[in-house]
Design a protein around this ligand. Structure first.
Ligand code: NIG
Ligand code: FE
Length: 414
């Protein structure tokens, strides 16, 4: 089916110029076209231009979507989520609001292990049911591609249950779903005193199974004191590579551990968090063009320091933004909210925040060749926003400005 988007007041294309990512000053170039139109054939963009260049008679049988002078931009790519979960952590939220820290709550058996208990008790069917509701809401907030991590199972049976659920959601939902194996999210409760045994299970049982069954594209690790050290993370990521899983790292989140340097060393696709990254870590990421995925929702929600976005951008590191949507450290899937926090707390410009949530975020999933920008030949994923210009997206916060979503060339109904 063919589709024409017409009467677009401002089209934000985020042009890749044939590159994988945007860096430095390039992050500010949004490729704006005023009074624009976009033509789509099947799921791909075939033409972009100004309304006056479009001959309406050439549209033939195409469905025409009049965008009524709205802003159109690429669908948002949320490249870091833990959206497959059961249970709630509102009790921990309340404790934090009166002064308890994320680390103190985790040390008492809360945190990730709290959610592990609920996920182990839940069936795959129930996990998918909860996730489906969240995915629908994310689409309505403009997210058209989402990565989902395992990591609340922490044994072979429950990690595989999570990954199968993620794969099935990817087949059943219109959202593009990318799967990440994160067995190294925490040491499971039954092996607290036997961390090495758990790392052995990840290396010798879980990764070979996940890789051979193609249950994930990526392998992620929580490189943090009290979780997994640099050496264990390196072994896990290298073993993942042997089985076709590309490396990602939760790096420098609660303290400085050298996770950023490790990400560069293993040629990770992305290093995520980076609240405590050092100058050496920034230089290492820049040297390998590792995408730095910043998660401002976590700093906001936990009242933690923010990642040094300006230093990263100025050093030439490609920066992406993601929600980290999870029940503990960031209970939000709103990419526009992440952009607002990035602008107000990390001094990113609206242009940089948009690039970081589209093209660079797609690069964090190795998808920037097909998604993350509005360019001829790319998949037609776009959001139609009821705002006067693109700056209003981060500026007018707390409101969902998404009016319509086009996913793979189809206008979604809700
Ligand atoms: O990215 N850091 C580890 N993982 C998540 C938190 C998950 C949780 O608290 O359940 C994060 O912040
Ligand atoms: Fe995370």
């Amino acid at each position: 089916m063919n589709l024409a988007l017409i009467n677009i007041k401002q089209l934000v294309t985020v042009p890749s110029d044939g590159k994988r990512v945007k860096t430095g000053a390039g992050m500010s170039s949004l490729g704006l076209i005023e009074n624009a139109a976009v033509l789509i054939e099947a799921d791909k963009i075939t033409w972009i231009g100004r309304m006056e260049e479009l001959s309406m008679s050439s549209l033939g049988e195409a469905d025409v979507l009049d965008c009524l002078d709205r802003v159109v931009m690429p669908g948002f790519v949320d490249s870091h989520t833990h959206l497959l979960f059961a249970g709630s952590r509102d009790d921990e939220f309340a404790l934090r609001s009166t002064g308890a820290s994320y680390r103190e709550i985790a040390d008492k058996g809360g945190g990730i292990l709290n959610t592990v208990k609920h996920v182990r008790e839940a069936s795959k069917k129930d996990l998918k049911k909860y996730a489906r509701g969240r995915i629908g809401a994310m689409l309505r907030h403009g997210t058209t591609t989402a990565e989902i991590k395992s990591g609340y199972g922490l044994d072979a049976e429950n990690e595989i249950k999570m990954l199968e659920a993620i794969r099935e959601l990817g087949h059943e939902e219109v959202m593009t779903v990318v799967s990440t194996f994160m067995g190294a999210h925490a040491v499971p409760p039954e092996l607290q005193a036997r961390r090495k045994e758990y790392v052995g299970a990840i290396l010798n049982n879980m990764i070979p199974y996940v890789g051979s069954k193609k249950l994930a594209e990526f392998c992620d690790v929580f490189c943090e004191k009290g979780y997994f050290g640099v050496d264990d993370c390196r072994s896990i990521l290298e073993q993942g590579k042997q089985f076709g899983l590309l490396p990602k790292v939760h790096a420098e989140e609660l303290s400085h551990t050298g996770g950023a340097e490790l990400a560069a060393e293993v040629n990770a696709v992305s290093a995520d968090h980076l609240e405590h990254v050092t100058a050496a870590g920034i230089a290492a990421l820049a040297s390998k063009e590792v995408v730095a995925t910043l998660l401002p929702g976590v700093s906001f929600f936990l009242n933690h320091p923010y990642a040094p976005a300006r230093k990263l951008i100025d050093a030439g590191v490609p920066v992406a933004l993601a929600s980290d949507f999870n029940p503990g450290s960031s209970m939000s899937y709103s990419m526009p909210l992440m952009m607002t926090i990035a602008c107000t707390q990390m001094r990113m410009s609206p242009e940089e925040a948009i690039t970081a949530s589209t093209l660079n975020a797609a690069a964090a999933l190795n998808l920037s060749g097909e998604r993350g920008s509005i360019e001829v030949g790319k998949k037609a994923d776009a959001v139609i926003l009821n705002i006067p210009n693109y700056r209003y997206l981060p500026y007018h916060f707390g409101e969902n400005h998404v009016e319509k979503v086009v996913k793979n060339g189809v206008v979604l109904e809700w």
